[in-house]
Design a protein around this ligand. Structure first.
Ligand SMILES: [Mn+2]
Length: 426
């Protein structure tokens, strides 16, 4: 029997700066959110200390950065934190428990063939085993397995790769899996993979082969995928979509040829994230808007405490007049200033109005400038309008007026229908 602790997506060194309370600078060395992710990682190690595990398995996204166009590496604070926590763990367990880490889509410098987990292996070369995106690419190129074998168990590595992006990649990848990554029928076989979208970053064969256990990462929500396959989930809340998720690690007991016995162990100190949903309509005035928001955030009006402070998002939908929205944004900014003081137990205050339909006031719609002039006598007004542009070429101006007058006369023979409800609000 082999017993392993499966955890994932620690995203250490994750940082946020916008819409965040920044008074931490005065008395702390690190922002609360960066600290949350350090502590999530630490909680997993603390659990690992309590039980006797044979292996620790991390299925990717150990460090949060670099990622995409963010080329910054993990901060000194986070790297020091991780080193100290690992050293403490390894010393306490006498360097007897290997830690296996694969690359996710976070923490690698894509243009430099370098992954930040190399730093961890350099610090603990005999106890930490890493498998990077570059190891994977080389293995595919050379048609070689990407595995790690011990006396009692063999691990099959699937660091992150979006192989489904191109058809020929998908073919090459599948060929590589078939040739090199089939489980050993005589030995406990464990696959470690970072991916969740079948056929895109998670290959069907990884789930279909008879591995005794498949340790998955990338999905931040802990869940069972198959009898033998689990997503461990992240160790701290990352996006507001995770606000209702419990965070946990997995205690896995594996015997050859039997279903693994998997136990979820909950992480206790995970920062709360909350969302308030508000539907707007064009009737709402800025003052009712303000009252509504203030009523809803009253629950957070208590002395700030960094350990329990909430990350809050207000999600708007519906429709609103653009002119009112400007006033509403002013109010939101004002409230933000207020709630990020010590009177509220809020760490983050942001809003998302991406789905709100914002109707432009008539004065900003295309052609409205011209429309302003066409009140009494359209032809005369049009001439005034053209003169207002102060065209230097008199011949050209006259020509414009002449053509314009003809078009306007034609257009205005029947009255132009126009609803003026929106204009009335300007
Ligand atoms: Mn990921």
């Amino acid at each position: 029997m082999v017993k392993l602790l499966h955890f994932s997506d620690t995203h250490v060194s994750h940082r946020k700066f916008r819409n965040i309370k920044d008074s931490w600078k005065v008395h702390n060395r690190v922002t609360y959110i960066e600290d949350d992710f350090c502590l999530g990682f630490k909680q997993a190690l603390d659990i690992a200390k309590k039980e006797e595990y044979d292996y620790l398995v991390h299925s990717g996204d150990f460090f949060d950065i670099p990622v995409g166009r963010n080329f910054a590496g993990p901060t000194e604070y986070s790297r020091t934190f991780v080193l100290k926590a690992l050293k403490e763990f390894f010393e306490e367990t006498k360097y007897q428990i290997p830690l296996i880490i694969i690359d996710g889509n976070h923490g690698t410098f894509l243009t430099r063939n370098y992954s930040t987990i190399e730093f961890l292996q350099a610090a603990f070369p005999n106890t930490i085993h890493i498998f990077t995106n570059y190891h994977l690419k080389n293995a595919i190129r050379q048609n070689k397995p990407l595995t790690l074998e011990f006396d009692d168990v063999k691990f099959y590595m699937f660091p992150y790769l979006k192989f489904g992006r191109l058809e020929n990649w998908a073919k090459e990848y599948e060929k590589w899996v078939q040739n090199n990554q089939q489980p050993d029928p005589n030995k406990i076989s464990v696959a470690i993979a970072h991916g969740m979208e079948r056929g895109m970053d998670l290959h069907e064969l990884v789930l279909n082969y008879k591995y005794d256990y498949v340790a998955l990462g990338h999905d931040h929500k802990q869940r069972q995928i198959k009898k033998n396959a689990w997503q461990a989930g992240s160790t701290a809340r990352y996006t507001f979509a995770e606000r209702t998720q419990k965070k946990a690690v997995l205690d896995v007991e594996i015997e050859k040829g039997k279903e693994p016995v998997v136990k979820s162990i909950k992480l206790d100190s995970v920062r709360p994230m909350k969302q308030i949903d508000i539907t707007l309509n064009t009737e709402i005035t800025t003052s009712t808007f303000e009252k509504d928001i203030r009523d809803k955030i009253i629950a957070f009006k208590k002395a700030f405490d960094g350990d329990t402070a909430v990350r809050l998002k207000i999600k708007f939908d519906g429709a609103v007049l653009l002119s009112s929205w400007w006033g509403m944004e002013d109010i939101l900014n004002e409230i933000q200033n207020e709630v990020l003081s010590d009177k509220y137990n809020l760490l983050e205050f942001r809003w998302d109005a991406g789905e709100v339909i914002k109707r432009a006031p008539v004065s900003l719609q295309k052609g409205a400038k011209l429309y302003d002039y066409l009140i009494e006598d359209p032809v005369v007004d049009f001439e005034k309008y053209i003169r207002s542009l102060s065209l230097e070429n008199e011949k050209q101006a006259s020509k414009f007026i002449e053509i314009g007058a003809k078009i306007i006369e034609e257009a205005f023979t029947s009255p132009v229908e126009r609803t003026s409800t929106e204009e009335g609000e300007l």
